[in-house]
Design a protein around this ligand. Sequence first.
Ligand SMILES: Cc1cc2nc3c(=O)[nH]c(=O)nc-3n(C[C@H](O)[C@H](O)[C@H](O)COP(=O)(O)OP(=O)(O)OC[C@H]3O[C@@H](n4cnc5c(N)ncnc54)[C@H](O)[C@@H]3O)c2cc1C
Length: 474
Amino acid sequence: MLENVIVGSGIGGSLISALLKNTDHILFEQDKNLGGCASTFKRHGKYYNAGATTLVGYEKDHVLKNIFDSCDIKPNIQKSDIAIRIIQGEKTVDRVKDFEHFLEQVELLYPHPNNRVFWEKIKQIDEKFWQLQNIYFGKYKFSRYIQTSKFIKELFKVFGFEIFQSAKGFIDKNLYNIPQNYQDFIDAQLLITVQTTSKNISLLSLALGLAYPFHDVYYPNGGMGSVISQVLEDVNTHTKEQIQKVIQHQDHYEIISNKTNYKTKNVILNSSIYDSGKLFDDKKIKSYYEKFSFSDQSAFVVYLYITNKEKFLHHYQIILDKLLPNSISKSFFVSFSDQDDPKFHNNENGYSITISTHTKANYWKMLSPEQYEIQKYKLQNFIVEKFLEYFDTISKKDITKVFSATSITFHRYISRYNCGGKAIGLKNALELPSCQTPFKGLYNIGDTVFAGQGWPGVALGVDVLHKELSQNQG
Ligand SMILES: Cc1cc2nc3c(=O)[nH]c(=O)nc-3n(C[C@H](O)[C@H](O)[C@H](O)COP(=O)(O)OP(=O)(O)OC[C@H]3O[C@@H](n4cnc5c(N)ncnc54)[C@H](O)[C@@H]3O)c2cc1C
């Protein structure tokens, strides 16, 4: 009997597998590419990053770096000196790590008497958060509630009650009479990092979301999928093997794949919390998963391949003054492959470009096949047009490939309609799924459980789960 089965090679499934590589384990990935939203795929001879393009958290004392170090992984990444160039009409702000340089630009373009107070507070909260010693969230056992309360106590001790005040209240107080374009500048960044705007979150989430580029932001050489491959180097990985059913027995789980059956003591699902229930026939387990209300948010991604001699930054965010068609965002995020990255440039001055924005997941499901195509091209064409308007050294004829992905596409390849977890808001903090379930030996990992999305958020959850599994073994 296996000790651990991991279902899915997303960031969560991969990191926990690397930590468990010395146990008797198998990681199953249904797709041929590893990494889920953080994968790199090949189409018509060119490579593209499916979703994630930036890596944050590879710095001293951060949980992600600690995981990499303890697994002896040195990711093949390079620092992006300008993390993101944000463009809003005539305004351009480079999100750089250097606080004074960043603030100077904000002062010039979005003047406000309290800019320094506001941004210093954001940076300070973020720094203090990553120094906390007891970051933890767990449920369904007395000992876990005790540990969670220890974390909450530490949060109060370090920050006081103010950390739970609403982000909107904090902005209204500090950046009073904030102009719409400054509010859009803040909200566009939050949508990328915490999946929602300042309307629905606490000051803590606001700070963690806006401070992202005060950290080192890295570009993955060879694509994000290459980092995942490095993480999985010593992991027993089965690709193109889909897990179709999981059956709970008294002291083990039976795993039924499209190829064969396995037995395991623990099963760690990297499928989203909304998609995990369908793996079970057991009514109790099914109803456990059904109680999490679906987070109806997803990504729309345009993939471009262009030939152009110009040098570009790795990342840009373009903010418009209106919502994009069929979207819930006024902005889109553009990532270029590095000019010197041989995986992408193909000896032809080529760039692989991933452009993403936010949409409702269910919107695409409701459309007829004809309407689906019409609406998909409407958004794709709009984004390409605005992209060409900004990057005026790129002409339409430089684009040699263009195609896009909706929530339907994500579901086809990685079995999830929603992308990104639910933002931790003031009202839903206690309903947040934990990596533990009420069922012995059954766990979830990834961006729909604590602590949320992206490399740093998923790594926090992995750390909690790994400590728990180690304790159980010990
Ligand atoms: C467009 C976009 C851009 C993003 N940009 C960034 C960024 O720049 N930086 C960043 O840090 N984060 C970014 N994110 C967020 C980040 O990509 C995700 O939060 C993270 O990758 C999710 O990881 P996960 O562990 O939840 O796994 P997922 O990515 O959800 O992967 C789960 C895996 O499990 C597999 N699976 C599911 N069910 C089964 C089954 N039954 N059998 C076998 N395999 C199965 C799937 O095929 C998939 O590979 C972005 C996300 C999107 C969508």
